[in-house]
Design a protein around this ligand. Structure first.
Ligand SMILES: Cc1ncc(COP(=O)(O)O)c(C=O)c1O
Ligand SMILES: N[C@@H](CCCC[NH3+])C(=O)O
Length: 426
């Protein structure tokens, strides 16, 4: 079975009489039972993608990047699949705890963790804290000493590599809010300072160059620089630095015709080739696990033809459940998912229901000319950075996540209600 998804759809996606089925269930039934908009996540796909990474790195560590999509059920899937978890806020830490994650398998990231978050992480016994600033090294050392423990840490390094991706999601260059610059000598100083703290144990070095990367060049370059830096630090200080965590970042296909990224096995092979075999490798894939697992399901509400200009198809979600087109110019596709149509195709622009002209989900998309209110549209590759970045803009409630498998569906994140929203107001 090919594990690189070249068309964006999860492996159980099939069409019967023009209707899309996911995990053995038709989207009309899913919409009738759970409403729209909804994210439908394919459990089999999620577990298979975890296994793909784990099998690519059997002698290393795979930390799922929880920022892509996290809820207690995801934590339980990670546990089943034998993966570790990367969190980057106290909130993500709380979800890890709620899902029953073993703290030893949690890595805690973030460029501005609060003292309270660090204290909680140390008390819970997180496996590793990735230190990101000199201030944090001091803070964490004091907190670990106060708790009477020796906290394992990795040092986040920016290796001066500019990934080929959107500028907002490139993180490995010298001008970055994340980590310690290698070129500016800050990373070397961070190593000195961590080694000087009795309450900290230097477990490894870390870098993450960016996200939605579809070629190996940046990964290889960063791995080589990090490996050389690790060796130089070991030589300078006469210590062993056992681990190199090279982050996440592998991209996915959103639309047929998008560049097909390398497979996890190819990424790991490239990293391994650049890093001495004595060093344990870790990776932090988020999007490449969660992204292709979910489909966003919407109902068409209105169709507006502006002769000679454009046809707008409005759906019942939008930038609040998928901010990526507006934030990064991300390009998606959508299909008519609830029925067959013989109508000729014509280009339309699929928009959301927000009070914002930039609330566009898919631009210039060929759809059958008879698309009408009540039809369901499905957008594949919606499993990463969509529910996790969803907002309540315009007091829209956030959609549920429905897991499908073997003909059964269950809610793993329920739909938000207006009651949920109003509960915040005093
Ligand atoms: C430190 C770190 N690790 C892992 C990830 C996961 O990245 P991706 O979802 O691109 O695999 C991110 C996000 O880009 C990150 O910042
Ligand atoms: N949120 C971004 C990725 C950021 C990755 C986290 N460091 C996206 O949707 O592409």
């Amino acid at each position: 079975m090919s594990l690189v998804i070249e068309n964006g759809w999860p492996r159980t996606a099939e069409w019967t009489g023009g209707e899309l089925r996911l995990g053995g269930i038709g989207v009309r039934d899913l919409a009738a039972e759970f409403g729209t908009p909804a994210y439908v996540i394919d459990e089999e796909e999620f577990l298979a993608r975890c296994a793909l990474w784990r099998d690519a790195l059997p002698d290393g560590e795979v930390h799922y990047g929880g920022k892509a999509f996290l809820c207690p059920q995801v934590v339980r899937w990670l546990d089943t699949a034998g993966l570790c978890l990367d969190v980057c806020t106290g909130g993500e830490l709380a979800v890890a705890m709620a899902g029953g994650m073993d703290p030893a398998r949690v890595v805690f990231h973030g460029n501005n963790k609060s003292v309270a978050e660090l204290r909680r992480a140390v008390a819970w016994g997180v496996g590793c804290v990735v230190v990101d600033s000199f201030t944090e090294i001091e803070r964490l050392a004091a907190l670990a000493a106060e708790a009477g423990t020796r906290q394992r840490v990795m040092i986040r390094v920016t290796p001066g590599v500019t990934a080929h991706t959107h500028e907002f999601i490139a993180t490995g260059g010298d001008d970055s809010k994340f980590g310690f610059s290698l070129n500016a000598g800050l990373a070397a100083e961070a190593v000195r300072r961590v080694l000087a703290e009795d309450s900290l144990e230097l477990a490894g070095l870390h870098s993450h160059i960016g996200s939605q990367i579809t070629d190996l060049g940046g990964f290889t370059l960063a791995a080589g620089r990090m490996a050389a830096f690790l060796t130089a630090c070991e030589d300078e200080h006469g210590v062993t630095i056992p681990k190199l965590d090279l982050g996440g970042g592998l991209g996915i296909v959103h639309r047929p015709g998008d560049p097909v990224p390398p497979s996890p096995a190819e990424v790991v092979a490239a990293l391994r080739a650049a890093v001495p075999s004595r060093v344990r490798l870790a990776v932090e894939p988020g999007r490449s696990i969660a992204g292709p697992t979910a489909v966003a399901l919407y109902e068409v509400g209105t169709v507006k033809d502006i002769p000679g200009v454009r046809t707008y198809v409005s759906v019942d979600g939008g930038m609040s459940d998928n901010p990526r087109p507006a934030m990064y110019g991300a390009a998606y596709t959508a299909v008519l998912a609830s029925r067959a149509s013989d109508a000729p195709e014509r280009p339309v622009t699929v928009v959301g229901r927000h009070c914002e002209s930039g609330d566009v989900l898919v631009r210039d998309l060929p759809l059958p000319a008879d698309v009408r209110p009540g039809d369901l549209l499905a957008i594949p590759a919606s499993g990463a950075y969509q529910r996790s970045m969803a907002s309540n803009y315009n007091h829209v409630t956030r959609p549920p996540v429905v897991a499908v498998r073997d003909g059964a569906a269950r809610v793993i994140v329920r739909r938000e209600t207006e009651e949920d929203l109003l509960r915040l107001y005093v």
